[in-house]
Design a protein around this ligand. Structure first.
Ligand code: PRP
Ligand code: URA
Ligand code: MG
Length: 209
């Protein structure tokens, strides 16, 4: 079973409060989502392998560590996952970015695919799937299925807010995938929105309704 890591950092908790607040407008919402994604990148990359290289400081020659050529891919689930891309890229500038377009049908709650463009060598990369919301888990499960169908074997899922129901769905469907969340909320409501949540992440990021 993959691990579930809930961020336990005061900066993330503080920013998440204002992300949740319905009086936070799109501009500030976008900035905060970007900042939290940047902070989460720190934890998500904790297990990247290192290797020694020889360098020379002004004082002496020494060996020092660098990241060991790991190829990364950042995969936002459109639309709302786009809000997390810049924050991740600010820490991981060499990562390639692939896009998976999915929306959740409001009646059936089933994910509907409308776009997929991935790095050609996706099977060689460690992939970080981004979506602010893990509600029923249907969208993230489908996105990870796409990636696996195209050969990906090394996948992490990074969300701002998850419902317990969504975590269970991913754990059952993709037990090899580690899940990183800023917060695990209480439940889903009758429309499968996360409670207390933040509302519709895509609409809040892009000012649509
Ligand atoms: O876990 P689930 O029940 O599948 O719900 C979560 C999905 O719903 C939201 O996307 P939405 O369908 O609103 O599309 P959008 O990003 O274009 O707004 C969210 O960004 C997730 O992708
Ligand atoms: O609470 C939710 C659930 C699904 N999608 C969202 O944007 N928010
Ligand atoms: Mg939406």
């Amino acid at each position: 079973m993959g691990k579930v890591v809930e961020m336990n950092h005061p900066l993330i908790k503080h920013k998440l409060t204002f992300i949740r607040d319905k009086n936070t407008g799109s501009k500030e919402f976008r900035e905060l989502v970007k900042e939290v994604a940047m902070l989460m990148a720190y934890e998500v990359t904790r297990d990247l392998p290192l290797r020694d290289i020889e360098i020379e400081t002004p004082i002496t020659k020494t060996k020092s560590e660098v990241i060991s050529g790991k190829k990364l891919g950042i995969i936002p689930i459109l639309r709302a996952g786009l809000g997390m891309v810049d924050g991740m890229l600010s820490i991981l500038p060499a990562a390639k970015v692939g896009h998976v377009g999915l929306y959740r049908d409001p009646e059936t709650l089933e994910p509907v695919e409308y776009y997929c463009k991935l790095p050609t060598d996706v099977e060689e990369r460690e992939l970080i799937v981004l979506d602010p919301m893990l509600a029923t888990g249907g969208s993230a499960k489908a996105a990870i299925n796409f990636l696996k169908d195209r050969g990906a074997t090394n996948i992490k899922l990074v969300c701002l807010i998850a419902a317990p129901e969504g975590i269970k769905v991913i754990e059952e469907a993709h037990p090899d995938v580690d899940i990183y969340v800023a917060a695990i909320d209480e439940k889903l409501n009758d429309h499968a929105y996360i409670v207390p949540g933040l509302g519709d992440a895509g609409d809040r990021l892009f000012g649509t309704k």
